[in-house]
Ligand binder design. Structure first.
Ligand code: GUN
Length: 302
């Protein structure tokens, strides 16, 4: 392997330790800890497991964590009233409504009901606007793009003036990370190209990338010969391509593959994220960072 492996699990630990230390300091000086409510509607197994991880991480960091599980048939009106309650709750700095929601609930209405200053997911249109403006306007970068930027910065990859190519135009990853990388400032100031399913010459664009960020959800979409030698490759794809029996637990587990052919790409790239263990561990970490930031803003110490 020639590329440096960007180890998301190790970088997550580094950041969590920093957050833990900051939480302790703020508690000593101000007598406050970040408050996060996780609202889970129904029992979607993937959502249950994500929310469980979020709760465990918040506890580990010494946050005030409120776990609010609601039945799958809760009315939209009742869910909106619940959000309003947490909007007004002084001990809560971050409100997380786990998505997707059941079909009878309008997700947009729910996201729009969250106080933008407690929207630690960064999904509210006000926070999307703040991200677009950038600089001191930015409050809560969405968690996966924020994690990608941290990985790039902590790997020591130069972003200023770099050609960044983003593959995929989702609202959660592609559009926000493209916007974040073109802003002035640390870990950004790049020349950004966003490519998508309508792009004519995907290969040609990818070949020019100093930093290639792939969030298309298509296993093995990016071929090794599309990678510029020495480029930084961030693979956001988490595609289930089959099942296997885990050697550790003896239980069935999903076989995950990224959007990049990792085994071949690692011989060409300068640095690369694995799947799993690259971008994945960063998302919850950045949710915690946003919740801490929300408290710091409130205390006037951000
Ligand atoms: N479901 C899958 N990912 C996410 C996320 O980042 N935030 C929320 N709220 N729901 C999700």
């Amino acid at each position: 392997m020639t590329a440096k492996l960007i180890n998301g699990t190790e970088i997550r630990e580094e950041i969590l330790k920093e957050i833990e230390a900051e939480v302790k300091e703020i508690k000593e000086k101000h007598g406050k800890v970040p408050g996060l409510v996780t609202i889970l509607v129904g029992e979607n197994p993937a959502s249950v497991s994500y929310v469980t991880l979020k709760i465990q991480t918040a506890h580990r960091l010494g946050f005030h964590e409120v776990q609010d599980s609601q039945p799958g048939d809760i009315s939209e009106e009742a869910l909106l009233a619940l959000i309003d309650k947490y909007n007004k709750d002084d001990a809560i700095n971050g409100i997380l409504v786990q998505l997707p929601l059941p079909k009878h609930i309008d997700e947009k209405k729910v996201i729009n009901a969250i106080d933008p200053d407690k929207d630690v997911d960064g999904f509210h249109p006000v926070n999307v606007g703040r991200l677009m403006i950038g600089g001191s306007e930015l409050k809560f970068p969405p968690c996966t793009p924020a994690g990608i930027q941290e990985l790039i910065v902590r790997t020591g990859v130069e972003t200023s003036g770099a050609e960044v190519v983003v593959v995929g135009r989702s609202n959660i990853v592609g559009k926000p990370i493209a916007n974040m990388m073109l802003q002035k400032g640390k870990g950004a100031n790049s020349t950004v190209t966003l490519v998508h399913t309508g792009t004519k010459d995907l290969e040609g664009h990818c070949k020019r990338a100093d930093i290639l960020i792939v969030a298309a959800g298509v296993p093995g979409l990016v071929k090794p010969e599309w990678i510029k030698p020495g480029a930084c490759v961030i693979d956001v794809g988490v595609n289930r391509v089959g099942e296997k029996i885990s050697e550790k637990t003896g239980k069935k587990v999903a076989i995950l593959r990224g959007d990049v052919d990792f085994d071949a790409a690692k011989e060409i790239a300068g640095s690369i994220t694995p799947v799993p263990g690259g971008v994945g561990p960063m998302t919850i970490t950045m949710l915690m960072k946003n919740t801490l930031k929300s408290l710091k803003v409130k205390l006037g110490i951000a």
